[in-house]
Design a protein around this ligand. Sequence first.
Ligand code: ATP
Ligand code: MG
Length: 334
Amino acid sequence: MPDSEKKSDSRFGLDVGTSRIVLARQTEKGIDCRAHLNAFVRIPFSRMTESVFKKENIPCSVDGDEIVIYGNDAEKFANIFHVETRRPMSRGLLNPDEPAGPAVIREIVGILAGRAAKPGQRLCASLPGRPLDAIEDLKYHQTVVEQTASDFGFTVTTINEGLAVIYSELADSNYTGIGVSCGGGMCNVCLGYLSVPVISFSIAQAGDFVDTQAAAAAGEVATRVRLFKEQDFRFNGTPGNKIEYALTVYYDEMIRGLVEAMTRAFSESTALPKLDRPVPLVLSGGTTLAKGFLGRFEKALKQSPFPVPLSEVKLAAEPLNATARGALVSALSE
Ligand SMILES: Nc1ncnc2c1ncn2[C@@H]1O[C@H](COP(=O)(O)OP(=O)(O)OP(=O)(O)O)[C@@H](O)[C@H]1O
Ligand SMILES: [Mg+2]
């Protein structure tokens, strides 16, 4: 059924990502997605500032002698006051070195979702997959995400991020294929067969890795490199532009690492199903938005002994929203 023919529904899909938190819901006009940067900034408290912020509806709270500004406005204020935004998450998970993290996520989920309109309102939240090469434990992150949503009155379910991409983008192949989400902190991969997750994992190299490595190589600060990447970057663009060159180098390195990890995980898994036909692979997440990403990814695939026959490799319709949309599809199917 096209989105336009669907009725609005009170269930939510939630994607708590390293860079952004996205909430998806079904309205009469289709799926509506809203997002905030998963970030905050602290500025000195004054009563005057607090009351002006309230009047301007800037999401903030007072903490001792500081005002904490949340979400999209944090970046605006960081630019004005020449400070760096802080982020609750790092490499796809809550950052244990940022004690304010859970409270910031709570504030942003509150801005986007608010309290459940009725008892038992369903919300499905995405969770990253098990890291392929690390021993990081996901339990703390998972508990904070689930607890936050249930404190707002929701009945919470969860879905693996790669599987959410499959739910969002691969309805035509009956939810069989490979879903990949290249975000800020992580790449998440899931091979699904008829909607069942068969192999899923994450690697902690994505957009933030590209930013910090390219910044170090070009002698720049990561924020400036990120803004250039999001606004002007294209692979092998302007000759002599050292930021663009460094971004190309580290984007290629990230893509190579991702393809290598997929090749290894699928080749070594005893769970790899015997597929009777080639399956689609869909790429999503903000990191795939760079102009030329799909071509670079396909080139890396051709150079690797990838063990799964592919019918096509494509970009998600809305790479920044695919995970939240897939989480919503899961909530709607409950
Ligand atoms: N137009 C763009 N071109 C290139 N990169 C972009 C663009 N827009 C956003 N990004 C990058 O995408 C990344 C964020 O993507 P996304 O919102 O999918 O991540 P996330 O879900 O918050 O993180 P994760 O899933 O890793 O926890 C950041 O590294 C950001 O710089
Ligand atoms: Mg993500």
